[in-house]
Design a protein around this ligand. Structure first.
Ligand SMILES: [Mg+2]
Ligand SMILES: [Zn+2]
Length: 201
């Protein structure tokens, strides 16, 4: 079974908005994110976006609009030489108590079941502690990027996850790290050898 690269969306691929990304016009790629995904696409593993979009159940935007945003996002990434193999989102609010909203690992488990992914050979990239928690709960290696909310989440993440995650300044940093590992023919990555220190910027 293959590993996979799971990517959070807001704060990793596009800029966060406190009032949700409600239209394609509000979707703003983070600098170098498309190029980073193009680099990641050289790796022979699925790239899957897993994103909490509670604005849907809060009736701030419809699922159709979110689908349209994702279609255009994937188009733009494809035009930049990258690929996204799947986009999964959770439309629920915390009170819905669903199994998919991160920090729960429902979306990762669903992708694993549908695409035949070995989660223990996978990475979860996010800008929030909840992304890292979801990744860890699924048995993936978590990466924290310092874009989006990442910088503010770094200190809370340290005691919560000890040294079991890797920090990169942005998605490009993650891509360069993973390609380096791949060039050394060690994919799936031997993450036990990683410490937070060597990737801190
Ligand atoms: Mg995020
Ligand atoms: Zn959900």
């Amino acid at each position: 079974m293959t590993g996979a690269i799971f990517l959070d969306r807001d704060g990793v691929i596009c800029e966060n908005r406190a009032d949700y990304v409600k239209t394609w016009g509000e979707f703003e790629f983070i600098p170098e994110a498309k190029q980073a995904i193009a680099l990641l696409s050289r790796l022979d593993v699925p790239i899957i976006v897993v994103t909490n979009q509670s604005g849907i159940n809060r009736q701030v935007m419809t699922a159709d609009v979110v689908d349209d945003i994702h279609r255009r996002m994937v188009q733009a990434i494809t035009a930049a030489g990258g690929r996204i193999d799947r986009v999964l989102y959770c439309p629920h609010q915390p009170a819905d108590n669903c199994r998919c909203r991160k920090p729960k690992a429902g979306m990762l488990h669903r992708a694993a079941a549908e695409l035949g992914i070995d989660l223990s050979r996978s990475v979860m990239v996010g800008d929030a502690l909840t992304d890292l928690q979801a990744g860890k709960a699924a048995g993936c290696h978590p990466f924290l990027v310092l874009t989006g909310r990442g910088f503010k989440q770094l200190l809370p993440a340290l005691p919560a996850l000890a040294d079991s995650f890797t920090v990169a300044c942005n998605l490009m940093g993650v891509a360069e790290t993973l390609l380096q590992i791949d060039r050394a023919h060690t994919w799936p990555p031997a993450f036990a050898a990683y410490s937070v220190v060597e990737e801190v910027v």
